[in-house]
Design a protein around this ligand. Structure first.
Ligand code: ADP
Ligand code: ASP
Ligand code: MG
Length: 421
């Protein structure tokens, strides 16, 4: 007997029939003799629809109320799934994140899980029930308000629960057959990666591969939770995300995947006086509003003016507040202007093999040039190279890099459901 956490994403429970289909799968796991804890997402595009609704009611919804609203989506699917499992002859009980003991920080919309007190889950398991937990939500330790843990956060709920319950593994059921070498919606000849290290998956997720939530991978790596990403529409083996094994096949691959991200924007501050401490002042202003920045480029200052330009990228959702914070220090720093561009995309190649193989950058850039993609910014880590390009060039850049690194497969990847929203 194993203790298993199974997470089903929104596209796997988009309507009544899908909920019954997922219920069947859970019942089969339970009947095979395992203890099952299920983490469930909101149905289909419910979260986006609730978000749209909130913005139609108010241009700036109060973050506390937005969390109350969004968590309702997961609560609906949890209850519906429990009903469907009940109809198939097993006893199931649904819990909100708060009832399941998911304790978080108080940052609405992007809270962090700080503890799990799974008392109620453990007792429900002891009485033989299937436990269903509403994903992506918790309760703030300080304010006791309901929080959400960031878009795509149900993956993190699942891994955090798996860690705290000492589960044998965590299954993430979704609308594709696993983690692929690129998003199959963009690169149809992407190939499934049978096994990937936490480290590489972390870079892929950080670079926008939304197949797994970034914090979920961080959690899994820290707690050594084996994660199996697979399709809820087939019984095929998917991708195992685990520790890197010595001398494994993975180490041979120079590039394990290409990731892209359309969620960032670029801010350029022009004419910044080239004096010690000015860059610090600019980034202190951004840090004080708790915005995370990603890439930074500073040019050499022009000799004639003694001024330089600084560009950086940040999540699009933080664009407005960041521009406002910079405007507030414009006089003090004495720069010329702020340019804001949200029509950009980031494309990254990721692979541990890069450490020992020279020429990866040259190959990547040559592929982009051949595809007539202009590079606006560049950043690298030990196992990643990222570029910022025009949003319209993202798909072409992903496909060009995928082909250049020999990742193309003969077979077409299947996308079973979902709108890709
Ligand atoms: P869920 O609703 O199950 O959480 P998501 O939409 O969050 O599903 O994530 C699954 C989607 O992630 C896929 O449909 C695919 O378009 C996208 N994706 C992005 N990068 C990858 C990748 N490298 N491998 C597989 N899927 C990817
Ligand atoms: N429903 C939430 C979202 O769409 C959380 C999740 O699905 O993981 O972001
Ligand atoms: Mg997801």
């Amino acid at each position: 007997m194993a203790r298993v956490v199974q997470k089903f994403g929104g596209s796997s429970v988009a309507d009544a029939d899908s909920i019954k289909r997922v219920a069947k799968r859970i019942v089969a796991t339970k009947q095979a003799g395992h203890e099952v804890v299920v983490v469930i997402s909101a149905m289909g595009d419910t979260t986006d629809e609730l978000m749209d609704l909130a913005f139609r009611v108010s241009p700036q919804p109060a973050p506390r109320e937005l969390d109350m609203l969004l968590t309702a989506g997961e609560r609906m699917s949890a209850a519906l799934l429990a009903m469907a499992i009940g109809d198939q002859g097993l006893s199931a009980r649904s819990f909100t994140g708060s009832q399941a003991g998911v304790i978080t920080t108080g940052t609405h919309g992007n809270a962090r899980i700080i503890d799990i007190t799974p008392g109620r889950i453990v007792s429900a398991l002891q009485t033989g029930d299937v436990v269903i937990v509403a994903g992506f939500q918790g309760v703030s330790q300080d304010t006791k308000d309901i929080t959400t843990i960031g878009r795509g956060g149900s993956d993190t709920t699942a891994v955090a629960l798996a860690a705290s319950l000492g589960a044998d593994y965590c299954e993430i059921y979704t609308d594709v057959d696993g983690v692929f070498t690129a998003d199959p919606r963009i690169a149809p000849n992407a190939r499934r990666i049978p096994r990937i290290s936490y480290e590489e998956m972390l870079e892929m997720a950080a670079c926008g591969a939304k197949i797994l939530h970034l914090r979920c991978v961080e959690y899994a790596r820290r707690e050594h939770v084996p994660v199996h990403v697979r399709s809820s529409f087939t019984t095929k083996e998917g991708t195992w995300v685990t520790d890197l094994e010595e001398g494994s096949v993975m180490e041979q691959a120079i590039i394990s995947g290409v990731a892209h991200d359309r969620g960032e924007a670029k801010i350029t501050i022009t004419g910044v006086p080239d004096r010690i401490g000015e860059a610090a002042r600019v980034f202190e202003a951004i840090a004080s509003i708790e915005v995370n920045i990603d890439m930074i480029v500073q040019n050499v200052s022009a000799v004639s003016t003694g001024r330089t330009d600084i560009s950086f990228t940040l999540p699009k959702t933080d664009g407005k507040v960041a521009v406002a914070a910079l405007n507030a220090i414009k006089e003090e720093v004495g720069f010329d202007d702020i340019l804001y561009d949200d029509q950009i995309g980031k494309v990254s190649v990721v692979g541990v093999g890069m450490r020992s193989h020279p020429g990866v950058t040259a190959k990547f850039f040559a592929a982009l040039a051949e595809a007539e993609v202009n590079i606006e910014m560049i950043s690298t880590s030990e196992i990643r190279i990222s570029v910022v390009v025009d949003q319209d060039d993202v798909d072409r850049a992903v496909r060009a890099a995928h082909t250049a690194f020999g990742l193309d497969s003969e077979e077409q990847a299947v996308v079973y459901a979902g709108t890709g929203r």
